[in-house]
Design a protein around this ligand. Structure first.
Ligand code: BTN
Length: 252
């Protein structure tokens, strides 16, 4: 692994590199339990054999060519009901990095990084432990397709598939870490307004009539906002407004 030259104060100063592991999120959880991971620690692997995704899904990533890592944060200043703020921080940081490299990058509610026309580049799995009313530790897991060009099923894409170029993934990791740190400090000094407006500015499908599915079936609607708790506000064709929590609505 190349040296990660992250221009950061606390993120990525303690990097644990594993040639292979089952899930970097699980390793991070284990290290927190043992007391050997602190805020800013990163677990990164070149081959993840049992990557976990959202909704109990698996995360498949071709070994070597992509980024799969987890970082430990301790946002003890964050009330558990505001946990979506961290999704904004991390999604925007990835957006900040990737949009310097290719056009058409968007953040997709609640946890994805996509290209507006070509599909999903990466996903984020944040697992929080709560103490009292606040968050104690957060494990931020990220899978990002960088140089993979063949995918076993339709849907995903990568930086290389989008641009035809090959990237130094460690350089990209370094840049993501410094962007996460910047955005995290924005949250820490309570600059939520900026985080909310940037997230909205770069949101996939906002104000575009599209197809969704909720517990009542498929429907056409428009994303018209995100609530402060991170719910997706969709206006149905019949003008009815719905506030969806994660898992209550599916993009078709
Ligand atoms: C999703 O889109 O469903 C989220 C995918 C998150 C995958 C990453 S890869 C590194 C980290 N370790 C895991 O087991 N999962 C996350």
């Amino acid at each position: 692994m190349h040296k990660i030259l992250a221009n950061t104060v606390f993120l990525g100063k303690d990097i644990i590199y594993l040639t292979e592991c089952h899930s970097t999120n699980d390793i991070a959880a284990q290290k927190i339990k043992e007391g050997s991971a602190k805020e800013g620690s990163i677990i990164v692997t070149d081959k993840q054999t049992k990557g976990r995704g959202q909704r109990g899904n698996r995360w498949f990533s071709e070994p070597e060519v992509n980024l799969t890592f987890s970082l430990v944060l301790s946002p003890v200043f964050l009330n558990a009901v505001s946990h979506f703020e961290l999704n904004r921080v991390v999604s925007l940081a990835v957006f900040d990095t990737l949009s310097e490299l290719v056009d058409g990058i968007k953040v997709k509610w609640p946890n994805d990084i996509v290209h507006e026309k070509q599909g999903k580049l990466g996903g984020i799995l944040i697992e929080n432990s709560i103490s009292g009313k606040n968050i104690d530790n957060s494990i931020v897991g990220m899978g990002l397709n960088i140089n993979q060009v063949n995918f076993p099923f339709p849907g995903p894409t990568s930086l290389a598939a989008l641009s035809g170029q090959t990237y130094d993934k460690w350089e990209i990791l370094g840049s993501i870490l410094s962007c996460i740190e910047k955005r995290y400090l924005q949250l820490k000094r309570d600059d939520k307004e900026r985080l909310h407006s940037d997230y909205w500015d770069h949101l996939f499908r906002k104000n575009i009539l599209s197809e969704y599915e909720d517990e009542y079936g498929r429907f056409k609607g428009k994303i018209i906002g995100i609530s402060s708790e991170g719910r997706l506000i969709v206006e149905k064709n019949n003008k009815e407004l719905n506030h969806y929590a994660f898992k209550e609505v599916k993009f078709i």
